[in-house]
Ligand binder design. Structure first.
Ligand code: B12
Length: 160
């Protein structure tokens, strides 16, 4: 069993939050059905300051911290994923959602170990099975060095 934190980044900050993170909700349901422990941190709904975000990230240990959304969340996620890596050095850091249409950029410029391409339910369940078995970030193909393309491909054992 893996412990997974799913994070919905803030979006459209000029308006009050109005949309539920349905994508993360369906991923959470699939992970729970597969026996994993899941928390959802809806930073768009909560609109927390970053100090509080850091505090929550360090609150307990996770095997996976996964966050994502539209490409417009990229700037926030650069900062957030770096904080996630710092707070959870042993966790698999996963990015997903429309943002990962630019997987190479995400993998080259954020600490994400893996980009989940397309619909995330099945791939996240596969990653959680792997993480629950004791994840070593260095064991993700090419996570430590070579091409970002192969790291992105490594996450895509299932494509929609
Ligand atoms: C609700 C919604 C919003 C909400 C919230 C969006 C959000 N938080 O993602 C709000 C109102 C904020 C919004 C705003 C905009 N939106 Co909008 N929105 C939608 C809508 C109607 C539903 C999204 C949804 O819930 N889908 C259902 C869930 C189940 O799917 P999903 O979110 O894609 O999630 C799946 C995968 O993407 C992936 N995944 C997603 N997140 C993550 C995270 C992780 C960690 C992982 C592993 C996987 C993963 O797995 C999920 C499950 O399979 C879609 C249309 C649609 N039918 O999808 C448009 C859509 C996403 N929006 C779109 C657009 C253009 C916009 C705006 C730019 C519109 C505008 N001009 O203002 C703004 C952007 C604002 C900004 N500042 O960035 C386009 C995006 C087009 C594109 N390919 O770039 C879409 C596709 C509509 C369209 N057909 O034009 N939007």
């Amino acid at each position: 069993m893996a412990s997974v934190l799913l994070v919905n980044p803030p979006i459209r900050l000029k308006a009050p939050p109005a949309a539920l993170p349905f994508g993360l909700a369906t991923i959470a349901a699939v992970l729970r059905d597969a026996g994993h422990q899941v928390e959802v941190l809806d930073l768009n709904g909560l609109r927390l300051g970053f100090d509080e975000v850091r505090r929550r990230l360090a609150d307990r240990r996770y095997d996976i911290v996964a966050a994502g959304g539209l490409i417009t969340t990229y700037r926030y996620l650069k900062q957030f994923l770096a904080a996630a890596r710092q707070a959870q050095p042993g966790a698999m850091i996963v990015a997903g959602g429309g943002l990962c249409a630019e997987a190479e950029v995400v993998l080259d410029h954020t600490p994400a170990d893996v980009c989940v391409l397309g619909e995330g339910e099945r791939t996240m369940a596969e990653l959680a099975d792997q993480a629950g078995a004791g994840f070593d970030p260095a064991a993700v193909p090419d996570a430590t060095g070579s091409t970002s393309e192969s790291r992105a491909a490594a996450s895509g054992s299932w494509t929609p």
